[in-house]
Design a protein around this ligand. Structure first.
Ligand SMILES: [Zn+2]
Ligand SMILES: [Zn+2]
Length: 180
């Protein structure tokens, strides 16, 4: 385990926890299996399938962040992380396969930090299409509240262009289903 990774991830996340340890080991797996170095642009793209503690390790360590558009949230609720290396044209999915064992939280966290990555994850090459570069959308003014929103989030209701807040059939699915 990369100790430097663990320290950096803890500083970013604000506490140590088993979930963060899983995220740190995902980053170890990316380095080990994909030969990736931390990405300072959009060469590395990650799809995370949960929004728990481990995602903070990925944002802190491997250069995939929501702000840069190379971290995509796919809400399946799975402990799975897929990385695309645009330069190498390679994609791998890391699925955390361990069940919560009958062990103290601290001991489990230490186990997660020490175990070989193959013991923790199913590491598979996948043939998924590489997500397109983050797009900048034009802004549209909502005809009800007057606030401006990205064009791809605007709906048409009674002939008016409206934002998701003003759209009456609004449901969480509209936002969460949005795989860029
Ligand atoms: Zn945590
Ligand atoms: Zn509105």
């Amino acid at each position: 385990m990369n100790l430097d990774f663990w320290d950096k991830a803890r500083a970013f996340h604000g506490h140590a926890c088993p979930g963060l340890a899983i995220g740190v080991r995902v980053c170890d797996a990316v380095v080990e299996k994909m030969g990736a170095s931390p990405s300072f642009d959009e060469e590395l793209v990650c799809i995370v399938e949960n929004d728990a503690c481990g995602v903070d390790a990925i944002q802190a360590l491997i250069g995939c962040t929501f702000g840069k558009g190379n971290l995509i949230y796919k809400n399946t609720g799975k402990n799975a992380y897929t990385f695309f290396d645009r330069q190498k044209g390679k994609a791998m999915r890391f699925y955390f396969k361990k069940k919560m064992p009958d062990m103290e939280r601290e001991a489990f966290q230490q186990y997660l930090l020490d175990a070989p990555v193959d013991e923790l994850f199913d590491c598979k090459e996948v043939a998924w299409d590489i997500p397109s570069h983050a797009r900048i959308f034009a802004s549209v003014i909502c005809e009800i509240c007057g606030e401006s929103a990205a064009e791809n989030k605007i709906r048409v209701q009674n002939g008016k262009k409206v934002c998701l807040d003003c759209f009456t059939n609004y449901s969480r699915i509209i936002i969460q289903g949005g795989i860029a």
